[in-house]
Design a protein around this ligand. Structure first.
Ligand SMILES: Cc1ncc(COP(=O)(O)O)c(C=O)c1O
Length: 432
């Protein structure tokens, strides 16, 4: 995420729970060091599990290993306890790899090539997950200084528009197919799959959107892949974002908090229908470190911690309080254009200068985006808040946060927004 001559805004020495110890001696609350940090830093149960696995053995996923099988069982029994249609899981190295596998599998099962994502979506840095990603910040990279406006992508990729009900809370009875999913029937025709996440670009789709899209995909014979990399495992106050709707996906991709970030790892979950479609055939696919002992130990420990400490309930309770408090903060500062979130994942869109707009900014440039200014002011107040882009602040504290810690985060953000607003004077959009 950096240019060669840039230095990161902070250097971390260690972390415990929600706290980060910085190289310069400061201790700050972590509400923004990437969304994988679901269970806080160095959770004792995860550290213990990972250390014990590291002392045991290395085997790859073509070799039988009981803790891997147990991790799959723990994962399906806990995360998918209310979802009996989820029949199988493949552990991967990352969510990018899970997306690539899911999209490849969809192409093979349907015999079709076209893949559908949504504008400003992101599903991974490699393979088909990268192909179907369109957010300029994460996908267009070094094209910033050229006349080329699209990532190197193939003609089989199609995009749905950014859904209006994903940006703001619309009346739940709105006609989603006509407003947010305009043209979807045509876009999905002949496609192998559609992959949709919740979170990228501050878009959190409504239950109505999900159900309308799922039904349109089924009508078109396209598989629906729910990318729950960020939204899954409690972050939005329930186990998965798709549980807000009635429909259920054909596949789910996961990563980030799956291992409590104690080890790298991702997962691809297959519905019973997909497992049945594969049938007795053998799908030869492997990768050296898939299902690594350290990763599967972390997955089992993370699942048991989420369940044992009732962290989904905690996230829902935190969500209710954050909704109230952040709405007050958003209303107080005119530079806040939009607030969207749930549970412990909140986005604040700020009035930013034209060069930093979501649809065009690819990182870099002369002026610091307004979001970086707010982040710096919050850091000075002892809180690391997340920056998603040039326009979006991203609060992603861990599930283990206390109400008091979250109050500190909101207070720091409030103060930082006030300082930046004052510094910008009457022209908040100038962004410098
Ligand atoms: C929604 C979403 N999908 C997929 C990915 C890719 O995950 P990974 O970095 O584990 O490859 C990310 C990563 O940021 C993500 O946010």
């Amino acid at each position: 995420m950096l240019a060669f001559d840039e230095r990161p805004p902070l250097a971390v020495r260690s972390g415990r729970g929600m706290e980060l110890m910085l190289e310069d001696g400061r201790e700050v609350l972590d509400a923004g060091s990437l969304s994988a940090n679901l269970l806080g830093h160095c959770h004792p149960a995860l550290v213990e599990a990972v250390m014990s696995a590291a002392r045991t053995v290395y085997v790859n996923d073509a070799t039988g290993y009981a803790p891997r099988a147990r991790a799959a069982e723990d994962f399906l029994a806990i995360a998918f306890s209310e979802e009996p249609w989820a029949a199988a899981v493949v552990f991967t190295l990352s969510s990018s790899e899970a997306a690539d596998l899911a999209l490849t599998l969809a192409q093979m099962l349907t015999g079709r090539r076209p893949l559908v994502g949504r504008e400003l979506g992101y599903h991974g840095a490699t393979g088909l997950g990268r192909e179907v990603s369109s957010h300029p910040l994460w996908s267009h990279g070094l094209l910033a200084d050229t006349d080329v406006t699209l990532p190197p992508s193939s003609s089989m990729i199609r995009q749905l528009p950014v859904p209006r009900c994903g940006l703001a809370d619309l009346d739940p009875s709105h006609d989603c197919m006509a407003t947010c999913l305009q043209g979807a029937t045509e876009t999905l025709r002949g496609a192998a799959a559609v992959i949709i996440d919740n979170g990228q670009a501050g878009v959190i789709t409504s239950a109505a959107y999900q159900d309308a899209l799922a039904s349109a995909a089924a009508d078109a014979g396209a598989l629906w892949i729910a990318d729950e990399t960020v939204s899954g495992l409690g972050r939005i106050g329930r186990m998965f974002a798709f549980q807000r709707g009635r429909s259920r996906p054909d596949m789910v991709t996961l990563g980030k908090g799956l291992t409590g970030s104690a080890a790298p790892g991702g997962a691809l979950v297959l519905s019973a229908g997909v497992v049945e479609a594969i049938g007795g055939r053998k799908w030869m696919t492997t990768s050296t470190f898939r299902g690594h002992p350290v990763t599967v130990a972390a997955i089992s420990a993370a699942m048991k911690t989420i369940e044992g400490d009732r962290l989904i309930d905690a996230a829902a309770a935190h969500g209710a309080r954050l909704r109230e408090r952040l709405a007050v903060v958003a209303a107080r500062h005119s530079i806040v254009r939009r607030l969207k979130g749930d549970g412990i994942m909140w986005f604040m869109e700020l009035t930013a200068s034209p060069e930093h707009q979501e649809e065009i900014w690819r990182g870099g440039g002369e002026a610091l985006p307004i979001t970086a200014l707010v982040q710096a002011r919050a850091l000075a107040r002892g809180v690391l808040i997340g920056v998603y882009s040039g326009t979006l602040i991203w609060l992603i504290p861990p599930l283990i946060a206390t109400a008091g810690q979250l109050d500190e985060v909101v207070d720091a953000l409030d103060g930082a927004l006030g300082e930046v607003s004052a510094g910008l004077g009457s022209s908040p959009g100038s962004g410098s």
